[in-house]
Ligand binder design. Structure first.
Ligand SMILES: CCCCCCC[C@H](O)CC(=O)SCCNC(=O)CCNC(=O)[C@H](O)C(C)(C)COP(=O)([O-])OP(=O)([O-])OC[C@H]1O[C@@H](n2cnc3c(N)ncnc32)[C@H](O)[C@@H]1OP(=O)([O-])[O-]
Length: 558
């Protein structure tokens, strides 16, 4: 769980818990035992803590939150033991230093990293706070303002940014050997005083401005994380770092994490963390075909048909995924011009905010290839149709695609409810057809529902799943039925909100309550965004007296 060796006066404690070196009780024990050995060995003058495999350490082992998490040494005990070591400890970071992993690094006396490494305190995304001194040490290193930014939102930062603000002491090129570099670094600091290297002993530089900074972040958090409890508790904990001695601040931090851990919000976020990973392992029921034994088709050229709300978002998602050739086809001139302008404006916005560089922006704009006829799609590897939700229009498009596209091309429909099999039947090769149902706005929403038609080939399904992952989507494979899974769930929600309108509420009143509760958008705002005509069309198709509407359906009961 932690391996120990000595090289030229430097003890090496390497975390060994694949795949991500999470800090399970065995790993924590391993670190402690190795530390004792290093401290007792007179030939050891410095210590390096590193991670074996692809990463340094992603933090506490989330699977242990319920049970073993409480066994000695707990993480908040371990970090203090590390920091008080009389021998200098260097954290050697590659891959990720996340959560408790970064807290361990903050407890070390020096931190070095490969330039490709990423750092974060993402606990807030699990509905908790950094509970191993993160809220108390980080402010002593980078100040209250930056700490609130890091901890209340949990975003990841590059090693270079971390170095610029004082978290990392030395950056090595991404192709350097992190262990070798860290050992040399450790040799260079042997004999130096540790007085200013124990972060818990440092003062918080901007402590006097804490009330002002706190107010600023309360406002931002109130807007960005509506309804979430953890971000506010994170801010409170950081405030304590400014106002209280370290030991007292740690007690407050502990109270914060104990209150949050096991809360409904935290339980739901942790469930979501594992569920998002579980859906990557897709399987076709009853066939033995799954993500492990099926390879996707290589996709380099993608086309999107339709530049309405959905098409624009899908194009942006493809560009962000680094696809170098994205054909866009929109026969309506105004829609085409508006769509392209929208895409370019969003890319400009990303560049202005620094989300992408100017070079990346230019290469994304270059990747956009407006096309005017189906013939131009003959080399395309994947076509995503995102036109009006009408079966006859979609069938017309798929019949044309079936004629012009190469036999291996994957033909995907972004339909939100229509029968994927019916669409597939108009093509000569229905096995090439699959559903890829994005959610509006497609460049923001993380969910992608891939719909397995009865004829979709395993390779085609694997390609759609792989493309979703390349776009950074939570990609879920579902069966072909009316409304698939997302809209079947959404329907119950819309039925209830529509009842409220019937009972006299205004759409904006319903939306206000939903947003206060924590939804990013109200139900009627979503309708305006994705087009109320889509819902109208569905309701008309499945009108109340329609026998497809089951007897227990709320509308019929009503
Ligand atoms: C009084 C109480 C005191 C409490 C003290 C608390 C201290 C501390 O502040 C709390 C924490 O650190 S909270 C933690 C804060 N840290 C975080 O929230 C970081 C969470 N992790 C991540 O965000 C991502 O894994 C990375 C972006 C790091 C890597 O992404 P990537 O390269 O795409 O890899 P991937 O596919 O994502 O993961 C590979 C496999 O590893 C699994 N696994 C991963 N992390 C795990 C964990 N911590 N644990 C267990 N398992 C974890 C994952 O499920 C998957 O398993 P599968 O069976 O193969 O499916």
């Amino acid at each position: 769980m932690a391996n120990y060796s000595v090289r030229n006066q430097v003890a090496i404690i390497s975390l060994c818990s694949p795949p991500v070196n999470a800090l399970s009780s065995d790993v924590r024990r391993g670190i402690l035992d190795s530390l004792k050995k290093a401290e007792q060995d007179v030939k050891v003058a410095a210590i390096v803590i590193c991670g074996e495999g692809r990463t340094f350490c992603v933090g506490a082992d989330i699977t242990e939150f319920k049970s073993e998490f409480k066994t000695f040494p707990n993480l908040f005990e371990l970090v203090d033991i590390l920091e008080s070591s009389p021998k200098p400890i260097v954290a050697a970071i590659h891959g990720h230093a996340f959560g408790g992993g970064l807290e361990v690094a903050l407890a070390c006396h020096y931190r070095v990293a490969l330039s490709s490494a990423k750092l974060a305190l993402p606990e807030v995304k699990l509905g908790i706070l950094p509970g191993a001194g993160g809220t108390q040490r980080l402010p002593r290193l980078i100040g209250i303002d930056s700490s609130m930014q890091w901890i209340a939102f949990g975003d990841e930062y590059s090693a270079q940014i971390a170095a610029n603000i004082g978290i990392i002491d030395r950056i090595f090129p991404s192709n350097a050997d992190i262990l070798e570099s860290a050992v040399q670094y450790a040799q260079s600091i042997i004999g130096k005083s540790l007085i200013n290297r124990r972060v818990s002993k440092l003062p918080v530089k901007d402590a006097s401005k804490v009330s002002h900074i706190m107010e600023k972040y309360k406002q931002i958090v109130g807007k960005k994380s509506r309804g979430a409890i953890a971000p506010m508790v994170c801010l409170e904990a950081i405030k304590h770092a400014a106002l209280l001695p370290y030991v007292e601040g740690m007690k407050k931090e502990r109270m914060g994490i104990e209150a949050l851990m096991g809360s409904d919000q935290s339980k739901s976020l942790i469930y979501m963390f594992f569920a998002e990973r579980q859906v990557r392992n897709w399987t076709i029921p009853g066939t033995g075909i799954n993500s492990k034994n099926t390879k996707p088709i290589k996709v380099e050229k993608v086309a999107v048909i339709g530049l309405g709300t959905m098409g624009r978002g899908i194009v942006l998602s493809l560009l962000k995924a680094g696809i170098k050739h994205v054909s866009v086809m929109e026969l309506n001139k105004t829609a085409r011009e508006n769509g392209l302008l929208f895409i370019k404006n969003i890319l400009e916005g990303y560049a202005a905010r620094g989300t992408i560089s100017e070079t990346q922006k230019r290469s994304m704009v270059d990747a956009l290839k407006p096309v005017s006829n189906f013939e131009m799609l003959k080399d395309t590897d994947l076509v995503i149709e995102a036109v009006f939700e009408s079966m006859s229009i979609k069938k017309d498009i798929f019949a044309k695609l079936g004629q012009v596209c190469k036999p291996s091309a994957v033909l995907a429909t972004n339909t939100s409810a229509l029968d994927v099999d019916e669409i597939a039947m108009v093509t000569p090769k229905p096995k090439q057809v699959v559903g890829m149902h994005f959610f509006a706005p497609a460049h923001v929403m993380k969910l992608l529902e891939n719909v397995r038609g009865s004829k979709s080939s395993p390779q085609v399904i694997a390609t759609a799943m792989n493309m979703g992952q390349r776009m950074g989507k939570v990609t879920v494979l579902v069966g072909n039925c009316h409304g698939f899974v997302g809209n079947r769930m959404f329907r119950h929600y819309t039925v209830e909100t529509d009842f409220m309108l019937e009972e006299g509420a205004y759409p904006e009143q319903v939306d206000t309550v939903l947003k206060k509760f924590g939804f990013a958008m109200g139900r009627y705002q979503v309708g305006d965004l994705s087009g109320n005509d889509i819902g109208y069309r569905m309701r008309t198709k499945f009108e109340m007296t329609n026998k497809q509407q089951p007897p227990g359906a709320p509308e019929r009961e009503r």
